[in-house]
Design a binder for this molecule. Structure first.
Ligand code: ATP
Ligand code: MG
Length: 561
């Protein structure tokens, strides 16, 4: 058995890959061609990532090819900005479509010829019914439709009218070209579906060449056939379109005969995955843009600091099945955390600073203490120096004036370990006129350098800190679910389920000096989570985004018996 065969044997299993293995073994196909066909009417979201990983992944696994093809058949909704963003995102996810980007619009002339072919064969006609009349004639799921009075137009009339549609003689919506299939079909998609609509709208690629545009259904399968796509993978809502997909392939002189397979969409709790809803969030200003770090878009995840491999890992764990389900948002967080835990170095940062003055530490003295970059792999990643001095910042909630017994951090008279440094005891909390604690007066034990007492005494808590003078200041943005409800929109408008506390902006945060300079590299801020510099961060205004917090509720829930 060759290596390739071994991969075919032992690779991922799901009904699509099983079908592909069978098709390769039986000789039905010599090589596999898939495609990812986004409509450029928005940015890609993590649901698209499932389709991308599936289509490109299959091409990689079976030594085939995956085309990126823009389904650009509706110029009223599509924009160049989206075309560019989609390419950036697919590349960032780690996939490559070769040298050529494909577009449904590349095939407009061929599709037009095939439409005339159907007319010649008596299988398509120009209909003058209004959109509303057409809806009425279409019938319902329980009632058959009725034939349009224009259904039996002579071929010559249809050809003439269709050519005049193309030449721009009629206004938008005046006529449509329809397939002539079966108005009584149990499958609504076969009740003489529209093939061409009149739209006097310039197209980002074809300009004003066309004022009629093919429908998705008429363009999709034929584009697949032109590109030699063998397995056309789409989501379940297209299952009822397959009969139509096949009807076109059977009734047109297409060069190849692709087959459509449907798989389950990705749905995730606490978010929406529909471009229409995401566009509304952007356009109505509920978020800062398509790449707002709370958005489930690929660009939003990237901006939040989510590494591409953790998205691929997440998608790889999803079932490719025939039934839709909803995946816990916590599972995505878990994959992100797992990746960052293995790859991110640790740093110290204080988000809500409280000043500490160490009364017995010499004024003006600074020590450079050794801090481990990655405790889980200290050999590889080494150490760095962090400055220690008389004045520090600690996290405000690491101190309690009247702590309960189980609180192992700082309180009056209590001793804790400062990470990588010394034992510290709190002597007094200083308050301002309003009673707010503004400073802690403390002492340290010089014998405990490195965090251990020679007399063997123990402390229960270890807290992080940053030396005050050398600290750098930053803005830190904390994110939580964009939607408070696990299934936004289930009970009411999805907008009403927006979480008013999804973004918390902290200013005046203090970071250890090694974090100076802005780049998007990911770090674990000790005890706080994983963070990455925002793309808009500059050396004069540092901005960090929290990618994900440390607490792993998902793994904990899974571990329960
Ligand atoms: P939306 O519903 O978000 O507007 P769409 O299906 O209209 O998505 P397209 O640009 O047409 O968006 O999608 C490109 C491809 O991505 C299609 O093959 C589609 O089936 C797939 N896709 C879209 N959303 C998901 C999802 N949630 N899970 C898996 N695949 C998806
Ligand atoms: Mg679509």
């Amino acid at each position: 058995m060759s290596d390739a065969d071994a991969e075919i044997e032992d690779g991922n299993r799901d009904f699509i890959r099983d079908t592909i293995r069978d098709d390769l073994r039986s000789g039905q196909h010599q090589s596999i061609v898939t495609r990812f066909p986004p409509e450029p009417n928005g940015y890609l979201h993590i649901g698209h990532a499932k389709s991308i990983c599936l289509n490109f992944g299959i091409a990689e696994e079976f030594g085939g090819r995956c085309n990126l093809r823009f389904d650009d058949t509706n110029p009223t909704r599509e924009e160049q900005e989206f075309i560019d963003a989609i390419q950036t995102d697919v590349r960032w996810l780690g996939f490559d479509w070769g040298t050529q980007v494909h577009h449904a619009s590349d095939y407009f002339e061929q599709l037009y010829d095939w439409a005339e072919h159907l007319i010649q064969a008596g299988k398509a006609y120009v209909d003058d019914l209004s959109a509303e009349e057409m809806r009425e004639y279409r019938g319902t799921l329980t009632e058959p439709g009725r034939d349009s009075p224009y259904r039996n137009r002579p071929v010559e009339d249809n050809l003439d009218l269709f050519r005049r549609m193309r030449s721009g003689e009629f206004p938008d919506g005046a006529r449509v070209l329809r397939a002539r299939i079966d108005m009584a079909s149990g499958n609504m998609n076969l009740r003489d579906p529209a093939l061409y609509r009149i739209m006097h709208t310039p197209h980002p690629r074809t300009g004003t060449d066309w004022c009629i545009y093919p429908t998705y259904d008429f363009a999709h399968g034929q584009s697949d056939a032109i590109e030699g796509v063998t397995h056309s993978l789409c989501t379940l809502e297209f299952a009822d379109h397959r009969a139509l997909y096949d009807w076109f392939i059977e009734n047109l002189p297409v060069p190849t005969r692709p087959h459509q397979y449907e798989f389950s969409r990705l749905n995730i709790t606490h978010t929406v995955l529909s471009k229409r809803n995401l566009a509304q969030l952007v356009n109505d200003g509920h978020v800062a843009g398509w790449d707002d770090p709370r958005m489930p878009t690929v660009s939003g995840l990237r901006r939040r600091g989510v590494p591409a491999p953790s998205i691929r890992d997440f998608i790889g764990r999803l079932a490719i099945t025939k039934s839709d389900g909803v995946v816990e948002a916590a599972m995505l967080d878990h994959c992100i955390r797992e990746h960052l835990n293995a790859h991110a170095e640790r740093r110290m940062a204080v988000l809500r600073p409280l000043k500490v003055v160490i009364e017995n530490y010499p004024e003006g003295q600074v020590e450079e203490l050794e801090a481990v970059n990655k405790p889980q792999d200290p050999e590889d990643s080494g150490t760095r120096k962090v400055p220690f001095a008389r004045e520090l910042y600690i996290e405000r909630d690491d101190f309690m004036e009247d702590p309960p017994r189980k609180f192992f951090r700082l309180g009056p008279g209590r001793e804790v370990r400062l990470r990588f440094a010394y034992f510290l005891t709190c002597r007094e909390a200083i308050k301002d006129a309003d009673g707010t604690i503004v400073e802690l007066r403390c002492t340290y034990d010089p014998e405990t350098r490195g965090g251990n007492a020679p007399d063997g005494r123990k402390v229960k808590g270890t807290i992080h800190w940053v030396a005050a003078e050398s600290a750098i200041e930053a803005e830190v943005r904390l994110y939580s679910h964009l939607f408070a409800d696990p299934s936004p929109g289930a009970e009411r408008s999805f907008l009403e389920d927006l979480n008013p506390e999804s973004l918390e902006v902290l200013t005046g945060c203090r970071l250890e000096p090694s974090l100076a300079g802005s780049n998007v590299q990911a770090f674990q801020f000790e005890r706080l989570g994983y963070f990455a510099a925002d793309p808009e961060s500059t050396s004069s205004h540092l901005i960090f985004n929290r990618t994900v917090a440390l607490r792993d509720t998902w793994a904990k829930a899974k571990a329960k018996p």
